[in-house]
Ligand binder design. Structure first.
Ligand SMILES: [Zn+2]
Ligand SMILES: [Zn+2]
Length: 648
């Protein structure tokens, strides 16, 4: 028999008969590895222990200690085990597909009766039984016609359709978990008992069209989450609980910040409270930008397709653009425009007006640019993922030599802002040259090393995303980690050699000749909508005092105190505090409860005694105790707390 040579991660090579399986190799190494093995990686491909290896290769054998492979297998095996459990309980159910997703899996079923939340418990119980049986997982490659006949005979029309969609060149692979069979590419675990029975949970039921097509049958999707151990499942469920408590859509209602409605999907109706946060943040950013040497501009919303054709967006980005057709002068001829999806081309058009010299560079041009991008409705999420948003956008026109200094300056700028907004640390991801790209290697070398050395000079070691740069230049991404461990990419800094060329922007160099500027696209917060969503969830609605929309409510305990309530409100407002009166004829406890739900940070209660002594009874959000303070002291203290951090 032909021999093949397999090289292990430690560099040692061993020879085997061609067709050897990783299961045999593991057994050859040790009985304990044979038991513990879950899969292998063969020449970079995740490989079932039962699949034969026919040629020389690099091999690694995995156990549950290999988190990435273990997670994938556990989740994938659970998808099969769940489908088996469902068909054992409700045999008439038809199976479709069941992929692995982040943290878990789902499986889509065709069943006449809807699954209920109680059914999930039943299915989980059955799944645990299957796991405890420790039944072997086996696999075979079948002839296409045999597989189709098999599924026709078993009344599984979805599987027939799936097989018919598999290209003729690909094998039809079958898997069995015990007696239960499914069409599947694999790989899978050795036996059902390798799935940790205490580290998964069925989460929810949803509707989903077969193949995502609304003209095809509506299926029922069951979602599950799974990990390699019980503790990890517990941590994940805790994180979800925390996330639900902090959900900005829920807090947005409770704090009366904004709403969305179906006539304007993905567009925000900002209420006075929400708009206060928005404008406060924008005022702050505008002050920072002025200090940072930016000039602010504003550019049109509706722009003729000709500019988008020149910039390349019409070709590359059209599916995300809202197209606006207008019958110009009713000539029965439609002019085609687009709502701007980004501000970059318009900024180049401003740069091009008037002759620019090297003395004008770097030119930092900022815009709170309102953009519209078409996102599929399924992708929309509160104010975090929207169709209409405003970026804190800027483009820095510079020379190649200035890239490094501008990068360093931007990191300083962004760090100070994140710190003011309560994020002490952040991660930086660095994406370098992709396969297909514009510009010479020498220019890329220079730009990449400029971004890297500026980041390192700021004391940050970036994570590398190899080949993930845009075709027009390398980029940095700035990622915040929130209070419950979720990452949010907010800032970006992107070098662009192409757009100035496409739109023919130039400046006169010290040598008197024309040169192309480099364009640095950068955003600090990203979009106001998304960043406010992040702030709300990070602080669970208890925003820093200066950003809180309603900072103080002055509530009367008796109606005799009403005049004094209005005096207190007036004094606080004069000190720059956003204060409101609550003189409704309600019990003080009722008022306190209501404003606490609305996340008002400070409630000042006043009754007869406070009127006489010119004091207020101070209650802070989340604290049980109240303290009586003089009005003068409180006004001074809250006036200071209301001052944005950059103005202190
Ligand atoms: Zn599968
Ligand atoms: Zn841009």
């Amino acid at each position: 028999m032909a021999q093949i040579s397999l090289t292990f991660p430690d560099g040692n090579a061993r020879s085997y008969d061609a067709g050897v399986t990783p299961a045999q190799i593991a057994a050859d190494i040790s009985t304990s590895l044979a038991k513990k093995a879950i899969s292998a990686t063969v020449d970079g491909k995740h490989w079932d222990l039962q699949w034969p290896i026919s040629a020389d290769a690099q091999i690694a054998i995995h156990t549950m200690a290999d988190e990435a492979q273990a997670n994938e297998l556990v989740r994938h095996d659970l998808a099969h085990i769940m489908a088996r459990a469902v068909q054992e309980i409700w045999p008439a159910t038809k199976v479709t597909i069941g992929p692995v997703i982040e943290n878990g899996w789902y499986y889509d079923f065709d069943r006449a009766e809807p699954f209920t939340p109680e059914d999930l418990g039943l299915i989980e119980k059955k799944m645990k039984e299957i796991i405890n049986k420790r039944e072997p997982v086996t696999t075979e490659v079948w002839e296409r016609t045999r597989a189709i006949e098999f599924y026709k005979a078993n009344n599984e029309p979805y599987k027939v359709e799936l097989i018919e969609a598999i290209p003729g060149t690909e094998p039809i692979r079958m898997y069995w978990h015990g007696h239960w069979q499914d069409l599947c590419r694999g790989p899978h675990l050795q036996h059902t008992g390798q799935v940790p029975g205490d580290a998964f949970k069925l989460m929810s039921i949803a509707g989903a069209y077969w193949r995502g097509d609304s003209k095809r049958p509506m299926l029922q999707r069951i979602y599950g989450v799974a990990f390699t151990g019980k503790e990890k499942l517990k941590a994940h469920l805790h994180m979800l609980e925390e996330a639900a408590k902090r959900d900005h859509r829920k807090l947005g209602r409770e704090m009366d910040l904004f709403h969305m409605q179906e006539e304007a999907p993905g567009q925000v109706f900002w209420h006075p409270n929400g708009w206060t946060i928005y404008t406060e943040l924008q005022d702050y950013m505008r002050r920072q930008q002025r200090r940072g040497g930016y000039v602010e501009v504003n550019t049109p919303q509706v722009v003729d397709r000709k500019l988008w054709e020149r910039s390349g967006h019409w070709e590359k980005y059209q599916e995300n653009m809202f197209i606006v057709e207008v019958d110009e002068e009713h000539a029965r001829e439609k002019a085609v425009n687009a709502l701007k999806p980004m501000n970059c081309p318009c900024h180049v058009e401003i740069f091009k007006v008037g002759l620019k010299s090297y003395r004008d560079l770097p030119l930092r041009m900022a815009e709170f640019g309102s953009c519209n991008r078409y996102e599929p409705s399924g992708a929309l999420h509160g104010i975090m993922r929207v169709r209409g948003f405003t970026q804190d956008d800027a483009h820095i026109f510079s020379t190649e030599e200035q890239i490094e200094a501008e990068t360093a300056e931007f990191i300083r700028f962004l760090s100070a802002i994140y710190k003011d907004l309560g994020f002490e640390s952040f991660k930086v991801k660095f994406s370098d040259r992709p396969e297909t790209r514009a510009g010479s290697d020498a220019v890329w070398d220079k730009a990449e090393s400029a971004l890297l050395s500026a980041t390192r000079a700021a004391g940050i070691e970036p994570e590398l995303n190899p080949g993930e740069g845009a075709f027009y230049g390398p980029k940095l991404e700035f990622v915040l980690t929130d209070a419950i461990g979720r990452d949010w990419q907010c800032g970006t800094f992107q070098v662009d050699f192409v757009l100035p060329e496409r739109l023919d922007a130039s400046y006169i160099g010290a040598d008197g000749a024309k040169h192309r500027p480099v364009m640095l696209h950068r955003a600090t917060l990203g979009s106001f909508e998304r960043f406010i969503g992040i702030l709300i969830e990070e602080h669970a609605g208890k925003l820093p005092f200066w950003l809180a929309p309603r900072q103080v409510v002055v509530a009367s305990i008796t109606s005799e105190a009403d005049d004094y309530v209005h005096q207190v409100v007036a004094e606080l407002r004069a000190a720059g505090v956003r204060a409101e009166a609550d003189t409704r004829n309600e019990k003080i406890n009722y008022k306190v409860r209501e404003h606490s739900v609305g996340k008002v940070p400070v409630i000042l209660a006043v009754g007869q005694r406070e009127v006489e002594e010119r004091t207020v009874s101070v209650r802070r959000l989340g604290e049980k105790q109240t303290s009586v303070q003089s009005l003068a002291d409180v006004t001074k203290e809250l006036g200071r707390a209301a001052t944005p951090p950059d103005l202190l």
